[in-house]
Design a protein. Structure first.
Length: 310
């Protein structure tokens, strides 16, 4: 390795072809962390999952007992629910009562628990057995039935890219349904950025992840300290060619998301085979488009293909 290339901005140990390829991509892209301006968020800490996370059956029971319960129950995605381009589905739910919520709904002279129990009796009765544990936990709000203070709760309700912290293959998808997430294994990137989603899920994206992120077992740990260093080609919308390629990416990724949704709903083996072939074709088009964004040659593409197939 040429030691002059080992800068404080991050470096990898690999063969000369890989080293030269990464150098080229850095020259045409800018760090992901700069592109996102640091907007990456982890999930929520409840401090007592057994109290605040519930299954579908309990959710239905609480809403049946008191319809107001639905206001405080959110779909809760766990790591096994997150897959590449796939629609997010879950059987888990979160009792979501943010810090300050109770105070905002009652006068200072009112008893918080009494008011909560009168207005949300089903949830109050469900949480009551957990009171002692909830009161002593670190991650709580003003009242023991509230979650800790967090300044990005609104990001969960907005469109976002969702990805696993630990990946053995690309696991990025899009969420427009206002799902919530645990802190331990899932991160989110706010915004409807399907262009970015396509790059991250591409072969080139995985090549970058494998060269920047920490390896563990058969995969990688996508800590943003390292993921944020990967060079992202940023379109210049004043350049007609860049705009065309950006829009083409958005179209292809939109198709990919729809295809995966259709695949999950397919009834017959023949239907699944047809959709799978369409997915494979769309995947190849996205990979080709990403290679073009970075201006890669056939030899450079071969380096990436060989690397991701190992």
């Amino acid at each position: 390795m040429d030691q002059h290339t080992l800068t404080d901005g991050g470096w990898t140990l690999g063969d000369k072809r890989t080293e030269n390829l990464l150098k080229k991509m850095r020259s045409v892209g800018r760090p992901l962390e700069e592109y996102l301006m640091g907007e990456v968020y982890r999930g929520l800490l409840t401090g007592l999952d057994k109290a605040f996370t519930i299954d579908k059956k309990i959710r239905e029971r609480l809403i049946k007992e008191n319809p107001n319960s639905s206001d405080l129950i959110k779909p809760y995605i766990v790591s096994r629910d997150v897959h590449r381009y796939q629609t997010l589905k879950t059987e888990k739910f979160l009792i979501f009562i943010p810090n300050g919520w109770t105070r905002s709904h009652l006068n200072n002279d009112k008893d918080g628990w009494k008011w909560f129990k009168e207005n949300y009796p089903a949830i109050a009765n469900y949480l009551a057995p957990f009171k002692n544990e909830a009161e002593i936990r670190y991650d709580k709000g003003e009242y023991w039935w509230e979650l800790r203070s967090c300044d990005y709760y609104d990001k969960f309700e907005s469109p976002k890219i969702v990805y696993l912290k630990f990946q053995v293959k690309p696991a990025f998808t899009f969420d427009k349904d206002g799902n919530y997430y645990p802190n331990s294994a899932i991160f989110t990137i706010p915004g409807e950025n399907l262009y970015l989603l396509g790059i991250l899920n591409s072969k080139l994206g995985w090549f970058l992840i494998s060269n920047y992120c920490t390896q563990f077992q058969n995969g990688y740990q996508l800590i943003f300290q390292y993921l944020g260093k990967i060079p992202l080609y940023t379109p210049d919308f004043d350049n007609p060619d860049d705009k065309v390629r950006h829009d083409r990416m958005v179209t292809l990724v939109t198709e990919m998301l729809q295809l995966h949704k259709h695949l999950s709903q397919a009834k017959t083996d023949q239907e699944k085979r047809i959709i799978t072939r369409e997915i494979e074709s769309t995947d190849r088009q996205i990979d080709s488009l990403v290679y073009g964004l970075y201006g890669l040659t056939a030899d450079e593409i071969e380096v990436i293909e060989e690397s991701v197939e190992k």
